[in-house]
Ligand binder design. Structure first.
Ligand SMILES: [Zn+2]
Length: 363
């Protein structure tokens, strides 16, 4: 099978319109009140503008399989990235590797140019998102209707940090969020803490409300390669059971305390079937640009995760501080360790926003 991409001309406008109508119909995603004639007219005019080169940075192509027209590709270059703005195949060309072949050609070109590749996936298209994740794309954010996915290429290999809300707990004066953090690194996807995934009588008084997995964008256990626990309190290790066989890095002191001290955690959530703990003694470079650093205080075995991102050094600090104010006036050894790291921002497990050092912005 020979998959090629050729620039479209005005002679292709009708075919490109057919592809979009047929692919959308095949997915069962045409709205009930779909006016086909009206759509074809508008889409055709827009496509004609594209192929005449009237839209900045936009290139529309015909995908061919063994010399036969098979699909549509639209790529837009803007703001230092390559956006895959559209990829549709005729139904009979789907599920046979054509899409992946097209993507790898786009990615190869972007890599040669040192640019990352991005795209938006509609939130009601989990199958489309799964396709892009198989191609190596990772969740980096979202707006109202779409998840944004990105593939880092050479030259843009810095890791990114994404907070994911997994639960809320009842505390004295309201609801406290529980976040975990996903680090997308070119070599691996790392999950820092696993939140809680079920209820337990020991913490019933905190009335945990769990965020449904379907709303936890970017937290598919199958896509996580490495787990880190900042510490093993119940709301940080409650999802460890989802990661059987994957390495879970935790400070040795913390693991010992969780197994032996009374009232440290919900112990049955720690030593679950298949859990593969990697005890860490002190500082450890987990991957290039990702370092585990002991930060005792909240528990004596707590650690933080230091990530060198494109936007500067980011610290994922677990419960080293629960409230931002504690980092303004550090008291524990762990809080002083975090402050000494001179980071751009600090993510805490129970805060919606990252903490940032005060003072004049640089420059
Ligand atoms: Zn804790």
């Amino acid at each position: 099978m020979d998959v090629t991409i050729r620039p479209a001309t005005e002679a292709d406008v009708a075919f490109l319109t057919d592809v979009v109508v047929e692919a959308t119909f095949h997915q069962g995603r045409l709205p009930d009140d779909f006016d086909e004639a009206d759509f074809r007219q508008g889409f055709g005019e827009w496509t004609a503008e594209q192929v005449r080169g009237e839209l900045d940075g936009s290139v529309t192509s015909v995908v061919q399989v063994d010399g036969v027209d098979a699909g549509r590709l639209r790529v837009v270059r803007r703001d230092g990235l390559v956006e895959i703005a559209g990829l549709q195949l005729l139904p009979e060309q789907q599920s046979r590797g054509v899409g992946r072949a097209v993507v790898s050609q786009v990615v190869a070109q972007a890599r040669a140019d040192g640019l990352p590749v991005e795209l938006g996936v509609e939130k009601d298209s989990p199958r489309a998102r799964a396709f892009w994740e198989r191609c190596g794309f990772r969740y980096v954010g979202e707006d109202e209707g779409e998840h944004r996915l990105r593939l880092a290429t050479a030259g843009t290999s810095a890791p990114t940090v994404t907070p994911v809300l997994v639960a809320e707990l009842l505390v004295e004066d309201g609801r406290m969020p529980v976040y975990v953090h996903v680090i997308d690194h070119p070599e691996a996807r790392v999950l820092v803490d696993t939140g809680l995934t079920q209820l337990h009588p020991l913490v019933a008084d905190m009335d945990p409300r769990l965020v449904p997995a379907s709303e936890q964008a970017g937290l598919d256990p199958a896509a996580i390669d490495v787990v880190v626990n900042t510490h093993l309190h119940f709301d940080h290790c409650g999802g460890n059971h989802l990661f059987a066989g994957k390495p879970i890095h935790v400070q040795r002191q913390e693991l010992d305390d969780a197994r032996t001290l009374d009232d440290h955690t919900i112990r049955e959530w720690v030593d679950v079937d298949g859990a593969h703990y990697v005890p860490v003694d002190g500082t450890l470079e987990l991957l290039p640009g990702i370092t585990l650093v002991p930060a005792p205080g909240h528990t004596r075995g707590s650690q933080v995760v230091v990530v060198e991102t494109e936007a500067g050094r980011v610290v994922i600090a677990g419960d080293t501080a629960v409230f931002h104010g504690e980092l303004d006036e550090p008291r524990t050894e762990g809080q002083r360790v975090v402050r000494a790291l001179e980071q751009a921002e600090v993510w805490l497990s129970h805060a919606h926003e990252p903490w940032r050092p005060r003072g004049d912005p640089p420059g």
